[in-house]
Design a protein around this ligand. Structure first.
Ligand code: NAP
Ligand code: MG
Length: 487
């Protein structure tokens, strides 16, 4: 038995024998760019390392694309556009269907590679990221020859060449979210993965080759922020789709506005999770855990602000502390691991900076895990703050790590007002036993997604996207197609 700083006594965590994933995945020593169906060296000949954040070991040297490479990729996508967009829709569908099947066939390899490169637990990459990536291709394969039912007027036309820039938190899944609807609608693409997590996008390009996707329909240019900038500002691009920080999203919005380029943005969040006293508390605790510790909190829609009805605040914080003590932080390739490595040294420094700021502002920090953390790699114990005021930095700013701000409320009105008191509007959670309350509160929350008595559930048929500074446009479902079709 152990005692927490708050005085709660909780049993020691069960010890498990290690359950490492046994599949060994070959990683090439260096990578190339995928342009016009060919693997090419970057124009600059420069490469940068991609490391495993759980061990800090270098995995591969990634090709750094520059403006010349972006030019070549956009030209290849332009050449491929006419034949691809003129292909009978049912033929396009066959390619998407093949890609989906091949992702399923290579699922284990993709999951291991995703975990090695990004640090997320293998359980998540195996059970969430990779199956959902395949599902997005299956779902959109079905749309190819039914697009006239997706848009008013029934005359769907593709936009042309799409520039797509994605972040590091769901590398393969974000690539699938972007590519599948663009291709289904008859567009061609240049995709730029995030600097720290390029490997599964490169593996996906191999899959596209295996599926004999015509050259140039998808081009993958790896690189850093400058590569992304060259791509989204390229004059030959008809549409930009970006997922990442609000800060970079604003820069891209300006560049696109100047040229009149079509744009969709999926940006940051500070999503509220609201627990009413009549909720099934034990279930809600699991939802809170899902909401903030899933993928180490590297989730744009993470439920990072918890609002608890005052009468159950003590019970919720006690149970949260107990549940947190049982979460296992460590080797992401171990199937027992709940919380893997933080994606990069820089992101860890950001998260620790926020934990420090919260304490300096007078919030009470709780980090109940007792397990020793590995000596190498980037780790953060799940953390929550109590005694938080809405003005505190941990209640206002996106932390993008496993850090939760707990606050209380007395009436539904207060909960809604405080939940909406943020520049963001990506997601929200509502926990209550009363159906009428679910509908009333959900309707008044300014969030693109509202989960009721659950959290962080995703499906290719369901549109995802934000309000306010969380961006605009939707990805997934029929709504997501609109972003890739001419009006
Ligand atoms: P980020 O810095 O905005 O990066 C996102 C992508 O943009 C990366 O590929 C990045 O390249 C590239 N990039 C950087 N500067 C650029 C520029 N000036 N022009 C064009 N591209 C540029 O964000 P991040 O730190 O990778 O990701 C975390 C953020 O993404 C969080 O704020 C999170 O909320 C948000 N996010 C939102 C969603 C959503 O669906 N709404 C989903 C996931 C993440 P480098 O990798 O080389 O920097
Ligand atoms: Mg990496």
């Amino acid at each position: 038995m152990a005692e927490s700083p708050a005085g709660t006594v909780f049993p020691a965590t069960w010890e498990y024998s290690p359950a490492p994933e046994s599949l060994k995945v070959e990683v090439p020593g260096s990578t190339k760019l995928f342009i016009g169906g060919q693997w090419v060296d970057p124009h600059s000949r420069r490469r940068f390392p991609s490391i495993n954040p759980a061990t800090e070991a270098s995995l591969s040297q990634i090709a750094e694309g520059d403006a010349h490479d972006v030019d070549a990729a956009v030209a290849a996508a332009r050449r491929a556009f006419k034949p691809w967009s003129k292909l009978p829709a049912s033929e396009r569908a066959k390619y998407l269907y093949r890609i989906a099947r091949r992702i399923q066939e290579r699922a284990r390899e993709l999951a291991v590679l995703e975990t090695m490169d990004g640090g997320k637990p293998i359980r998540e990459s195996r059970d969430v990221d990779v199956p959902l990536a395949a599902q997005h291709f299956f779902h959109h394969a079905g749309w190819c020859d039914k697009l006239r039912y997706a848009v008013p007027g029934g005359n769907p036309r593709p936009l042309g060449v799409c520039a797509q820039v994605i972040p590091w938190n769901f590398p393969l899944l974000m690539a699938a979210w972007k590519l599948a609807p663009a291709l289904a609608c008859g567009n061609t693409v240049v995709l730029k993965p995030a600097e720290t997590t390029s490997l599964t996008a490169i593996r996906l390009a191999e899959i596209l080759q295996e599926c004999e996707l015509p050259p140039g329909v998808v081009n993958i240019v790896t690189g850093a922020g400058a590569t992304g900038k060259a791509l989204v500002e390229h004059a030959g691009v008809d549409k930009v789709a970006f997922t990442g920080s609000t800060e970079v999203g604003k820069l891209i919005a300006k560049a696109c506005a100047a040229r009149g380029t079509r744009l969709t943005l999926e940006l940051g969040g500070k999503s509220p999770n609201i627990i009413f006293a009549d909720a099934a508390i034990d279930q809600a605790i699991e939802g809170i855990v899902q909401g903030i510790w899933f993928n180490q909190g590297h989730v744009c829609c993470a439920g990072s602000r918890l609002f608890v009805e005052e009468s159950v605040l003590a019970e919720v914080t006690r149970k949260l502390e107990l549940r947190m003590a049982s979460l296992r932080v460590g080797d992401p390739l171990d199937k027992n691991t709940d919380i893997g490595a933080i994606n990069s040294k820089g992101q860890l420094a950001t998260i620790l900076g926020y934990i420090d700021a919260g304490q300096k502002e007078g919030c009470t920090v709780c980090q109940p895990g007792a397990q020793a953390l590995p000596a190498k790699g980037f780790w953060c114990r799940p953390t929550f703050f109590t005694g938080v005021q809405p003005s505190h930095v941990v209640a206002r700013e996106e932390i993008f790590g496993p850090v939760l701000a707990v606050m209380s409320f007395r009436t539904p009105e207060e909960a809604i007002t405080r939940a909406n008191n943020t520049p963001y509007g990506l997601a929200a959670g509502v926990w209550t036993d009363k159906g009428s309350k679910v509908f009333d509160v959900a309707r008044r929350l300014q969030a693109g997604v509202v989960w009721c008595n659950t959290y962080n559930q995703f499906d290719a048929t369901s549109p995802f996207g934000g309000f306010k500074e969380s961006g605009f446009g939707r990805e997934g479902g029929v709504h997501g197609l609109a972003g890739y079709l001419a009006e």
